[in-house]
Design a protein around this ligand. Sequence first.
Ligand SMILES: Cc1ncc(COP(=O)(O)O)c(C=O)c1O
Length: 381
Amino acid sequence: MYALPIYMDNNATTCVDHHVMEAMLPFFTKTYGNAASKSHSFGWAAEQAVDVARKQTSALIGCEPNEIIFTSGATESINLALKGVFELYSSKGNHIITVCTEHKAVLDTCSHLKKMGAEITYLHVNKNGLIDINELKQKIRKSTVLTSVMYANNETGVIQNIKEIGEVAKEKGILFFSDATQAVGKVSVDVLKDQIDILSLSGHKMYGPKGAGALYVRRKNPRVRLISQIDGGGHERGLRSGTLNVPGIVGLGKASEICNKTLAEESRKITLLRDYFEQEIKKSDITINGGNTLRTPNTSNISFNKTASEQLLPLLTQKLAVSSGSACTSDTLEPSYVLRAMGLSAYEAKSSIRFSLGRFNTKEEIDFAIKYVSECVERIK
Ligand SMILES: Cc1ncc(COP(=O)(O)O)c(C=O)c1O
């Protein structure tokens, strides 16, 4: 049995896992102390819970607990990473390399930094959504301090060659920041193996709560330093002041623990469902964007070749919670800049829909989705 509409928009956000919610609840009404209160048991209990969450979160990405800075989510983590590096390393250089298909949280922060005197280079991607490592190498200058390349794309799920990028950054002596918001919890992420120096993640993309995220900041080989962007009581090693969101952090920790335990099995299950979905949908005239390269197991970005999503999306969303690969600005659909960068025409980009599956999708739901998508496509024809 399933209820309509079927949720297939897990890259936008996920349902909080009920184990996560249960872990969080006592921290609202029972153990509600301030983790910075050192003089009584309420504070100690909160601090202890934050310590546990720090261990759980660090274990998911293979770092040390003291390399985790808790934030309000990936957007804040990204701002801290980019602005914090730019400010601290300004005497070394002002050049940052990023990619034209990054999330707006990265692109808009880079635009801001440009106004502050940064020089930004945007790498291109090929038709599979991947950057060219040689282009990265060529673009590195004496003044380059950082390269920022997302782990997995939010629209297509395309996974970059992170390890290679990490190696180049190390070899050239620049820092490597990866926005791994769409990768952590879906694929195995290991900051040591991947040679990532700074990494952003977000609770609500991995069955944790909204408003809780983290930034990994490497402490050894090299020790990364940042200028804080929120000043105050000196929380989180002075990098992010403000009373800790203890329930949110506990939730993020629990979500990380669950992902760590179930990742291999869950990714197999979701890949099977996603591949089955694509196999069946392929009977219509479609293109799977990023379909020829490694993707996150849950993401399927599909161009319905003869069907504009202006017509398709309103029909589909009557029964399926999916999103267009395009950003909606007022009443018009702007073609997705991610798909345009991969070489799709404006029309092709506009005719694309993102289906992103998750932990709670069932085979019955996917069967329904397959049938319903075909029906909608036929109706528009
Ligand atoms: C790749 C990527 N980066 C950053 C973000 C921003 O995350 P948050 O909602 O936690 O600020 C998102 C969310 O859509 C994302 O998909």
